[in-house]
Design a protein around this ligand. Sequence first.
Ligand SMILES: Cc1cc2nc3c(=O)[nH]c(=O)nc-3n(C[C@H](O)[C@H](O)[C@H](O)COP(=O)(O)OP(=O)(O)OC[C@H]3O[C@@H](n4cnc5c(N)ncnc54)[C@H](O)[C@@H]3O)c2cc1C
Length: 465
Amino acid sequence: MASLRDAGLDEVLYLPGSDTYYARISSHWSASAQLHPWAIVQPRNTHEVAKAVKALVEAQDVKFAVRSGGHMHWAGAAGIVNGVTIDLGLMNTTTYDAETKVVSLQPGGYWGASYKELEKYGRMVAGGREGQVGIAGLLLGGGISYYTCRVGFACDQVINYEVVVADGRIVNANKDENPDLFRALKGGGNNFGIVTRFDMITFAARDIRNSTITCSKETGVQVAQALVDFTENLNSHPDDHLLAIWWHVPKTKEYNIILDLMNLDGDLAPKTHEKMNAIPATRHECTASVSRKLELFVDFSGKQDTWFTLAFKADVRIVLKAIEVFEALIEEMKTHIPDANFSHQLVFQPLPACFRARSLEHGRNMFGLEHVEEDCIHFVWAVEVETVKLNETVVHPLLKKAVVEVEAYTRSIDAGSDFRYLNYCDPTQNPLGAYGVENMWYMKDRWNIITGMEAITFDKSSPPI
Ligand SMILES: Cc1cc2nc3c(=O)[nH]c(=O)nc-3n(C[C@H](O)[C@H](O)[C@H](O)COP(=O)(O)OP(=O)(O)OC[C@H]3O[C@@H](n4cnc5c(N)ncnc54)[C@H](O)[C@@H]3O)c2cc1C
């Protein structure tokens, strides 16, 4: 740690034994991600980030991780054991410029707090849908927001990144300055540097109409059909939003279906909600600002989590297949997990064709979705248990097998999709590999330039390793 001290970072360096060290570790959303590094350094500004990077790169053989909101669900995404964690939690401001209508977000802030600040000015930005999701991780992986059908992935709304690159330089990346880095950051994750500021487009804030619909599992077929129908409608009704969740909770030992159905303009009864509203269910309706909605939804795990994701064409047969596998998985897990003490969610989200059109309008992100013309749906499939042992020996292998089974089905009816949303992936999945060979090479080339690797001519017909 001498190099960090020599760099003048002693005041923000936390070692095992200090309260801040443990508090920061336990603030990672999932216990799976709560790793104990040699030290945590918490820069207060961009110059301190640059100093930390220089010091750690120069001290040979020291590995480091980068953490912002700490919401990634797996061990090693934003933390490390044999190394140092650069924790951006103190860099968390939201600054709105009324003249340009641009908001500048520091990486370590939370979306809930940023929305609250922006609403003071009657403005809003595309970002996370849970209050304590971090700014940086969500934007670097893409960012699915309430507004994705209107404005694209949240990263498509970033107009400038301030970045500390591997040699400690501070650079800007936008359409005129470092434009290749600008694009690579739109889905490229933490591979290109540490982002210390995101400048983003804002739009007028409006209250959202929200129905939380709880249905019994017997309505599954009706919900599946309504979900596919809703997905197709989003292209012409981008003001709607939906999360459809199959949810088994330990308390009830059974499962329900929960639909989080929204209209972004506060419309009380949009025609597009009719099929969802015809499903027998209990309904809780409210109209609220986005920040208020997020205050009501903070979902800390603190347990062992496994997530997998999959995308496929919007086809009711696949939704029904996934539900069949979900039900079988619950029964199998009950035989392994005492008192059925696990939470198990299968969350379907529309991925309509209009998502891609928005990306093109904003200069293309890295996902390679431009060529996909069909409406798709993707899911994040998540299980939460108490112990590492259960997670490793039961949950991870079973969930992986279940996802492979659903994927094989999608391919068998020619309705598969390669897209794997980075922020929902298990580490054994390969989200960057799903961006397509051309985009993978684009990122690899930027990476070579940024890390000072010599330009080498490769055969680019197959993916880089
Ligand atoms: C309850 C919950 C709700 C969610 N809701 C949504 C949602 O609505 N939409 C959505 O798209 N996703 C959602 N996610 C997924 C979320 O986008 C990811 O977990 C995301 O990584 C969180 O960002 P973070 O800054 O909190 O993560 P961290 O765990 O801090 O970081 C995630 C990754 O980003 C890297 N990183 C962090 N900061 C920087 C930086 N400044 N520069 C370079 N790399 C950096 C880290 O190294 C790590 O690899 C949700 C997750 C949870 C647990």
